[in-house]
Design a protein around this ligand. Structure first.
Ligand SMILES: [Fe+2]
Ligand SMILES: [Fe+2]
Length: 166
């Protein structure tokens, strides 16, 4: 069985850190909303946080399956401050775009290596990023539509809370 390149494994190890950092950013956002009583928004981001941990775990499993060692790196603490309820949503979109570029970098390496197994594995992440960016866009649109009046905001908070119950 052809071995996955050390270069790609190194990039995946870096990506594992990036996924945990994403989780941390979304946990910070969940806390920001929770502390102001927007529980639906908080629940939404709490779910995002957990999904990012799952993304990291999926990479960890892959590294092990390829017979390599996982090297965990420091997770930087997020220190974002938000001046209104919309800013975390813009942050999410900006962050997901950054992660997409990192995933594309991994795919570039797999293509350069002619590593078809890793390309197939990474395709899941490429598709996931497309969805993540779409959802981030949609959330901003929803916010802009609902936030024009206070009752709308309460409705949106309730709507977002439903995702957690699903
Ligand atoms: Fe992710
Ligand atoms: Fe994500």
């Amino acid at each position: 069985m052809a071995k996955v390149s050390e270069k790609l494994i190194q990039l995946i190890n870096e990506q594992i850190r990036a996924e945990y950092e994403s989780a941390y950013i979304y946990l910070e956002i969940a806390n920001y909303y929770e502390e102001q009583g927007w529980y639906g928004f908080a629940g939404w981001f709490n779910k995002q946080y957990k999904e990012e941990v799952e993304h990291a775990e999926k990479f960890i499993k892959y590294v092990h399956e390829q017979g390599y060692k996982v090297v965990l790196e420091d997770i930087r603490a997020p220190r974002n401050t938000y001046k209104d309820l919309r800013e975390p949503l813009a942050k999410q979109l900006e962050h997901e775009e950054l992660v997409t570029s990192l995933i594309y970098g991994l795919m570039d390496q797999a293509v350069a290596d002619k590593d078809y197994r890793s390309q197939s594995f990474l395709k899941w992440y490429v598709d996931e990023q497309t969805e993540e960016e779409e959802h981030s866009h949609e959330l901003i649109e929803l916010y802009d539509r609902y936030s024009v009046d206070p009752i709308g905001m309460i409705k949106l908070d309730k709507k977002l809370g439903k995702r957690v119950e699903d």
